[in-house]
Design a protein around this ligand. Sequence first.
Ligand code: UGA
Length: 443
Amino acid sequence: MEVAILGTGYVGSVTGACLAEKDHSTTLVDIEAWKVDLISRGKAPIEEEGLDSIIEETVRNGTLRATLDLGKAVSRAEVVLLCLPTPPHEDGSANLDFVFGAAKELGSLIRPETVVATRSTIPVGTTRKVGKILSEAAGFEVKVANNPEFLAEGTAVADTRKPSRIIIGTDFPEADQKLRVLYHSFVDESQRILTMDPLSSEMSKLFANGILASDITFSNIVAEICEQVGADFTRVREGAGFDPRIGKFTKAGPGYGGSCFPKDTRSLAAIAKEVSINSMLLDEITEVNSYMQHRIARKVKRAFEGETLVNKTIAVLGLSFKAGTDDIRESPAITLVNDLTNEGARVVAYDPKALEEEVRKKLEGNDLVDFAKNKYAAAEGADALVIMTEWGEFSTLDLNHLAQIMSSKTIIDARHMLKLGSVRGQGFYYDAVGRPLINERQA
Ligand code: UGA
């Protein structure tokens, strides 16, 4: 099929590359020249496992291209996918200026048979609004659909190649047919392609992310209780997880981050308020998650018995919001760094992927932060070490070596990367989320 994709962020570039890999003639459109340029040279505009090689190959064999020229991209398109950013407003509602602006422009450029689908996460009702804007600009009724993406950063290529399900939310049978043909390249069994009205489709994406975010939040609350009563949440999770009704997505940690859960839970709460529904539980998920993010700095303070953190050096391992990505949007590690430096601590941070330049921008001139080249360089002379992202290399920290190079044998583990058995008996203060405290440190 001839496909045009507007927006080359996570959703657009991965969806486009994977469709091109299945021989759909795909054109990616962006307003930023450097992204178009990168893709045209066969390179990925974002850091994502496996994406570079698909883009390189599909650009080389001609199934994928990128352009700044919207008119050229959509003139022959059978399907146009809108993968545009929807950043949050102050009140949590999604800013749809990019989506509506693009629809206005697009309407006058497409043909009556072109199907336009919204793919980035949007509030309920947006697809029909997009349809109205498109149709007004086009002078005919444009066939619109909602086709939510369910890809997670770090596994985005695998999630797209083998999706758990495809949802097509549309009022137009022609749109359903075209999108089914398109996605049959990824999903053989037609029962995994669901067609519904666009409102239910938009809602199912927000519901999925809401459930997952509340699942993590509930786990974090129980993990904190475990710490107090001396239980180990990793075992508790295992015990509960044997019930097939209980999801596997329940790892306790420093609170969720990223570009999806924080935004989508706030967006769901904003929708509830708009339709005068009690949003207490939804608001509370965001509130508790913020508490969970700030809790890690309190753990650091507790390690020094409430002493001031002025003149203390804290090593922070991991800055991205999760492993497998360089993305630092709403990362709990950034919250921690700010909390620590607000208390006067000096931070030495290390992350295998997150870019120092991007982190510095986020920290807005915070001059108490330095960056180390590796995990041990960060730990050298540190009064405490905090593990914030579950990068594999942090599970192999050599405790003997740390004992030699750190000023104080103090570890805060927000991702339970170390095994309790390997920490016990080593003379460390070890405080992990969801686990009983080990305090063997000598004064
Ligand atoms: C999330 C969803 O998992 C995808 O299904 C969805 O398509 C995507 O949002 C989206 O809306 O586009 P993503 O934000 O990339 O994907 O990352 P996740 O792996 O879901 O992690 C989100 C946050 O939850 C991270 O901060 C992670 O550390 C945290 N998390 C995840 C936990 O604290 N515990 C867990 O068990 C899992």
